[in-house]
Write a protein that binds this ligand. Sequence first.
Ligand code: BGC
Ligand code: NOJ
Length: 829
Amino acid sequence: MKTFGFFDDQNREYVITDPATPFPWINYLGNEDFFGLISNTAGGYNFYKDAKFRRITRYRYNSVPMDNGGRYFYINDGESVWSPGWKPCKTKLDSYECRHGMNYTRITGSKNEVEASVLFFVPLKTWAEIQKVTIKNTSNKVKRLKLFSYTEWCLWNAATDGENFQRNLSTGEVEIENGGAAIYHKTEYKERRNHYAYYAVTNAQVDGYDTDRESFVGLYNDLSEPQCVTAGKPSNSVAHGWSPIASQYIEVTLQPGEQKDYIFLLGYAENAQEQKFAVGGTPADSTLITSLGTLDHTIINKEKAHEVIARFSTVEAVDAAYNELRQMWDELLSKYTVKSDDERMNRMVNIWNQYQCMITFNFSRSASFFESGVGRGMGFRDSNQDLVGFVHQVPSRARQRIIDIASTQFPDGGCYHQYQPLTKRGNNDIGGGFNDDPCWLIFGTVAYIKETGDFSILDEMVPFDNQPGTEVTLFDHLRISFNHVVENLGPHMLPLIGRADWNDCLNLNCFSWDPNESFQTTENNSEGSKAESLMIAGLFVLTGKQYVELCNKIARGEEAARAQKCIDAMVEAVKKHGWDGEWYLRAYDYYGNKIGSNECEEGKIFIESQGFCTMAGIGLEDGMVDRALDSCKKYLDSKHGMVLNHPAFTKYYVEMGEISSYPAGYKENAGIFCHNNPWVIIGETVARRGNDAWEHYTKICPAWIEDQTLHKVEPYVYCQMVAGKDAAKPGEGKNSWLTGTAAWNWITITQYILGIKPTYDGIEIDPCIPSTLKEYTVHRVLRDAEFDITIKNPNGKQSGVSQIVLDGSAIEGNIITATPGHHVVEVTM
Ligand code: BGC
Ligand code: NOJ
């Protein structure tokens, strides 16, 4: 079978060996504030904090050809013009390799005995991307090369950048310094903006530049053959409106065997209002030309850019910053590691699953090659889920995130569905009313406290809807969240669904016949609605139990008892009105009709309620959990994982909304929505069925992908959806990277399968593994304690421990206190 790359576990890299991957295979640069998306051919873009409001470089989504625009380098060697990343020239290379690592990417190409390698990364605590270009003459002749760089500025707001051309084509402004070695983008700087961007060569003089796209590329050329590159001569253009770019030109002479490094730096800076302009309007550097032609008070105060340029003006400084980044990842990935005979599991647990958790934590669902960065900010439920996969890496950032999320909640517990990362304000365009949202705040907060033991977060004063003066404690937010479900029950005493629950596309109160309105935001018919959700019921029982445990832990026994009664009532309601005989119902619709029942013509069984009700253990003692899990296997499972519902909807049901708008087998209509496979897998561990849990786990796990052409998207990360069994191409992946799948599979494998769970006091050891797994070791750092836990399974069991020896002495039970220091734990199943 054709492959396009392989895992290099030693270096924690995925190595792509053929640039023409079935879809751009991307990576993320930067891990706080300044970010970049980069494909295996150097396509992509950068932004500061918010992919919508602070887009730095321009990118055209769904372009022809695919993945057009990025940070490009061209080499004109007199014979041919080529790019080390193959694109945009697409000149046939003599060799090509792209290594995607932890927040860095290295792309190397060679042609005509010249090798060019570019290392892309964002140094820690820096608002800039470094592109270190290393060019080597591998021949025995002198080589004279012409090197051009290219990047296109976005006019900051990625949404209006793509639509408001009557304005945009007149506003672009740049400044040029040092003969083009530094190019500044300052559109709108003279008025309200206090920020600018720059692209600079930090360690060499340049021999020319371009800042106007048309002058550089040619109006009717495409990026594969810019006229300046073909002619081997820059035009030293100064952009006035139209489309400002940044391109440097360097003449490179290399002796046989010689190699040279050029450091390019793409940065962003903000100035306080009173410090926006260069002192007295006279620039420090007399070679400066403004786009207006004269020097005036609109000249940027460039101190901040100069500082960063100076800081990274040597190869040594750049290499040191790169090493710091690598060290940070050594550190981040050292909190949980596994050693076993299964190298695929090892690489997911030790590298790629954790890495993806950090990425989804950073971006929520905002910016990927499937999320344009303009539509969505940070999801309320999404972020709470993401942080459970990330909290062990940098707990302080998870803490801040919890406070930020809770600050967007309303006094009645309802939530904005999303908020913008730049302002941290709820996003009105998306609205609220998703009745599962509040529960997730409990889920996220509990995970944080169990990881850190930091109960003080519960006392933090947190406002409603960011309104100063409305602050209550975070604990109160949790109580209000819990109550939001209790106060919104329907006729069967099950939770009312509101606009939708986790499944954004199960729109039971929407009734839309108008293709011009959005299922997500259009006016809902909630008045008199009987639409109830079994998914929220299960989620409520699961997170409700967490809430009760927390209340008991902090000596709020009365509140715990009150909450427990609500949970017991919900369990009863599910058993009575939520069970269909072989599985849990999915919902009741507006009229009170069943959804996800054997009585239905299509959509007889849904995964979400099976996942949540089995995770919550509802009816475990009555055999409901086992039966529901068996039904998942029988009706939902397929070669590539479990589909969301079965049978798929083949027509539009106005009373169900967007779910039935998707073609059968895609997205929420019977796609394999990877996000909820782990719910069922955790359910399998509740039922102690280790073999079944494992089988489901390996079906959607990237490291097990065999057919890369069919799978299409990156084979090193989870995607949101894989086409289901009713689709035209079952097994084809889409929407890679930003998905709650990452966090859920992280806790599934590490806590529920390998069975190492953080608790308030320490670690609970509770494996539920395939009987074939005979031994593994987990290294886990929790707070000030460090554990080396070896689990032996000599008799091929699927769950349960028979003996635990801690630092040489056998202990009772399966919980180990997190006492500071190093501990050796030997477990026999
Ligand atoms: C997608 C969902 C998404 C929703 C809100 C739907 O079209 O299928 O996955 O959550 O839009 O953006
Ligand atoms: C993607 C959304 O970001 C997430 O919140 C939602 O639960 C899933 N789609 C399922 O609809």
